[in-house]
Design a protein around this ligand. Sequence first.
Ligand code: NAD
Length: 488
Amino acid sequence: MMAQSKALLVLENFIGGKFIPCSSYIDSYNPSTGDVYCKVPDSGKEEVEAAVKAAKDAFPIWSSKSPLERSQILNKLADLIEHDLEAFAQAESKDQGKTITLARTMDIPRAVYNFRFFASSILHHITECTEMANMGCVHYTSRAPVGVAGLISPWNLPLYLLTWKIAPAIACGNTVVAKPSEMTSVTAWMMCKLLEKAGVPHGVVNIVFGTGAKAGEALVCHPDVPLISFTGSTLTAQRIMEKSAPHCKRLSLELGGKNPAIIFDDADLSQCIPTTLRSSFANQGEICLCTSRIFVQRGIYSEFLKRFVAEAKKWKTGNPSDPTVSVGALISKEHLEKVRNYVKKAQAEGARVLCGEGVDALDLPPGYQKGYFMLPTVITEVKDESCCMQEEIFGPVTCVVAFDTEEEVIRRANGVKYGLAATVWSSNVGRVHRVARRLQSGLVWTNCWLVRDLNLPFGGMKASGIGREGAKDSYEFFTEVKTITIKH
Ligand code: NAD
């Protein structure tokens, strides 16, 4: 036992520029083997208190630096992460279960880019000014950082989403206390080791590891944290709203989705099919933007389904480090069970499973048999009211159904509580504009998926969130605006 525990990676909180051990720890699993490989601090009120104090102490100096000084530090941090890209990618894949290919080509490059992007955008904001000549007045707005920002991130894109919050928060002059998911904390801890070298002053970025119920709630309830940026599930967001209400905190909530793809009969299927496979199964379907309801116009329904299922069967599932593998492991045993249960429920309701779970054999290499793997699964003949068409499954499961008219598909696509992302496939320009305008969705991609310009707003409608993130939106969220009137 002792020999095994010595080999475990043990993380420490990062508070005021120092790594600080915790009195108790949580086991963290390697999802592709099912083994415990890491101990994550089980922080609570005491650790959060220390981190908030360090962040408060660092605020006066950090907030008084010029945007250019902060920008240079963010760029340095980006360079350092990029220098260690391979080590970060390996760690992310091992910790989260995602394929090494995705970690190398998407997660870590995007974490680097998040710092570079906000390092640049912070230099280009302008405030407003108006004149009332008849009153002899000019009005202008001034923006200032808010203070200590509380940042809470999920497990599906660990460093990618954490840095999407840290970068704009500190670029604007705030100091932060961040809490990554207890299931994927390793890359955040690795990044802490680079902060000093990048020139980030002690206390500007503090990371407290632990569960949502203990560390997360302590942060949400802390009176000296006026702002919470949260990405995660709608259920947790409801709890955060309740807990932060007595303090009237500013909240940004990026939540779940039940994203439709609408495929009209004039779609270019040679583009649409590979992209819709990616949008359904990339990162094991564990991306908030993943497609899980595919509406196909009746004229091409049979052809689409046949080709889509044939291609889905080609996606190799298994060892995430194997470069030929496209589907890695799901995050946890419990999550795998939850996703499998959705498939069982659909079958019990009379739906048909065309490939994947329960239909095809999962052939795992030695050493990976206890991992949390599941084949890409396509369900059809499923009713719109079914839980598989209404609830976020967050796994490699997608439903394909037929539709007849534009009016009908808009109504059905909008018939869920979520409103995060939608894709529309058609070669009719008028139609894609018309449909995009009527979809209740914060993001609409036509004839593509996940093509992002970070300048523009990102976020969801309805139960998918409150607020938007992006160059201007994050700047507005992480700063407090004041209107000043000068009479001359
Ligand atoms: P989750 O809500 O369970 O946890 C998210 C984070 O909140 C974790 O760090 C967790 O420890 C913390 N947390 C949990 N309970 C808390 C509490 N009471 N107080 C404070 N913090 C608490 O979500 P998850 O399972 O980690 O992530 C998956 C969800 O995230 C999915 O619903 C997915 O759609 C969503 N998501 C949304 C986006 C987006 O940008 N809209 C991006 C990625 C993931």
